[in-house]
Design a protein around this ligand. Structure first.
Ligand code: NDP
Length: 480
């Protein structure tokens, strides 16, 4: 069986411990490869390599640095089919989704930041007749990038691309649950001629490898995407060391449907925003709030379409929902459905594990689930489930739905469906979420600030926000 390697100082190497962890194919519930059970010693070797490489990488002419990154993006496109298949097997997502979204977005991330780095302009502030200030931005050094399992290569590249394009070198840790495409990516970096030590990928457990990265005194910036609980641990570790922190955390996103919406668009997109990637996207709209006069029609149609979604083998082209990431996560999702029943909810459809015949008979599948009849304040409506489960609740007035939408500890994204232009803007301005979509969902311009309010995160990614994060500003004031 394949043993995945770490990528340190340009070499594919075994972990110092010599130990490996099992890597499970979630659609089959079977071990299909092994990944390094790395520890602080591997992180140390990676930091030494990254520090050494920093000198030349940070000073390399921008166009040359960008050319290497663009070569990596081209290689991702060349290997689209292989990477999409690997992502689907490793994560459980439909291969069709990996091929149309995850892998193309990975190369787009790299291209976007590689080319952006060549357009960065320094700021200058003139003090009339007195002085002129200019601001330089220099790469911060070795960046630590820690990414989750839901969109493995997509989010891995979303972090490392701005870091590398800004001139930082990187020590990165993909989720232990989905190491495969980061491993394949490391091979592409070797092929593209990325200089040794510029990017180092250490596989293993968050509590060992992730923690060692966050604690390392020579890593001044940590970019993390994952759960809010892990984010708190990282913040507690990094804050006394005065590290720069970018935290992209969980969500409990409201999807607000006003009666004057375009019904067909709202319902079709809401099916996607509820169940894409098995609901394992931080931006999924897990609380659907529907204006009373449209409620019955919406619920009936939504249930009908949910029941028609094919759940099954991720490798089948017709599958819309594949496997959940792990048995533990499936149990967590199912336990929230039980909780919803205890809290007085009605399981309008779904609500159980799905048994898929054939090679996937031991896989971790759950039916797309719709729950009605719950109060806004219950745990099911307040806590992140991160699976194919949505609740639908009615509302009467605009002020009421704004209060409902803002009632959780999270503030990542929100969606509004209405044809009333003034109301769309009015509501958008009052929602405490970092990302608002009006009459659309997951329409992404990579230049825009990306991130959440409240417990959904600290800082923003995307565009110049990300390039600023990985650089230090220095103001120079010259007397005229
Ligand atoms: P986790 O927080 O469990 O893990 C994220 C990463 O952090 C993994 O690589 C994990 O390693 C690592 N990690 C765990 N413990 C530590 C630690 N003490 N120090 C450093 N690193 C650590 O999240 P999940 O992987 O379960 O991802 C799902 C979560 O991510 C959801 O809450 C989701 O909302 C959020 N998310 C947020 C997004 C956003 O942009 N806001 C986008 C996508 C997901 P290991 O796998 O070994 O535990």
């Amino acid at each position: 069986m394949l043993k995945i390697s770490n990528y340190i100082n340009g070499q594919l190497v075994a972990p110092v411990s010599g130990s490996y962890l099992e890597n499970v194919n979630p659609a089959e519930g079977k071990v299909y490869s092994y990944l390094p059970d790395s520890d602080a010693r591997d992180v140390e070797a990676a930091v030494v390599a990254a520090q050494t490489a920093f000198q030349s990488w940070s000073q390399m002419p921008l166009a040359k640095r960008a050319a290497i990154l663009l070569k990596i993006a081209d290689l991702i496109d060349r290997d689209l089919d292989q990477l999409a298949l690997a992502e689907s097997v490793d994560q459980g997502k439909p291969v069709k989704l990996a091929k149309s979204v995850d892998i193309p977005r990975a190369s787009a991330n790299i291209r976007f930041f590689a080319t952006a780095s060549m357009h960065v302009a320094a700021e200058s502030h003139l003090m009339e007749g007195e002085a002129i200030n200019y601001t330089t931005r220099t790469p911060i050094g070795v960046a630590g990038c820690i990414s989750p399992w839901n969109l493995p290569l997509y989010l891995f590249t979303w972090k490392i691309a701005p870091a590398l394009a800004s001139g930082c070198t990187v020590v990165a840790k993909p989720s232990e649950l989905t190491p495969m495409t980061a491993f394949l990516f490391s091979k592409l970096c070797v092929e593209a001629g990325l200089p040794a030590g510029v990017l180092n990928i250490i596989h293993g457990l968050g509590k060992k490898v992730g923690q060692a990265i966050v604690e390392h005194p020579l890593i001044p910036a940590i970019s993390f995407t994952g759960g809010t609980v892990t984010g708190k641990t990282i913040a507690a570790t990094a804050a006394p060391m005065f590290k720069k922190l970018s935290l992209e955390l969980g969500g409990k996103n409201p999807n607000i449907i006003f009666a004057d919406c375009d019904f067909e668009e709202a319902i079709a997109t809401s099916i996607n925003s509820s169940f894409s990637n098995q609901g394992e996207i931080c931006l999924c709209g897990s609380r659907i709030l529907v204006e009373h006069s449209l409620y019955d029609r919406f619920v009936n149609e939504f249930i009908k379409r949910t029941q028609a979604l094919p759940v099954g083998d991720p490798l089948s082209e017709t599958t819309r929902l594949g496997a959940l990431i792990s048995e533990g996560h499936m149990q967590k999702v199912l336990s929230y459905i039980e909780l919803a029943k205890q809290e007085g909810g009605t399981i309008a459809c779904g609500g159980e594990r799905v048994k898929v015949a054939g090679r996937c008979e031991s896989g971790y599948f759950a039916a797309p689930t719709v729950i009605t009849g719950l109060p806004q304040t219950c745990r099911t409506n307040q806590e992140e489930i991160f699976g194919p489960v949505v609740t639908i609740m009615p509302f009467d007035a605009e002020e009421e739905v704004i209060a409902f939408a803002n009632s959780t500890a999270y503030g990542l994204s929100a969606t509004i469906w209405t044809n009333d232009l003034k109301r769309a803007h009015r509501v958008a301005h009052q929602l405490k979420s970092g990302i608002i979509w009006i009459n659309c969902w997951l329409l992404r311009d990579l230049r825009t600030p990306f991130g959440g309010m409240k417990q959904s995160g600290v800082g923003r990614e995307g565009g110049w926000e990300a390039m600023r994060f990985f650089t230090e500003a220095k103001n120079v004031c010259v007397k005229l």
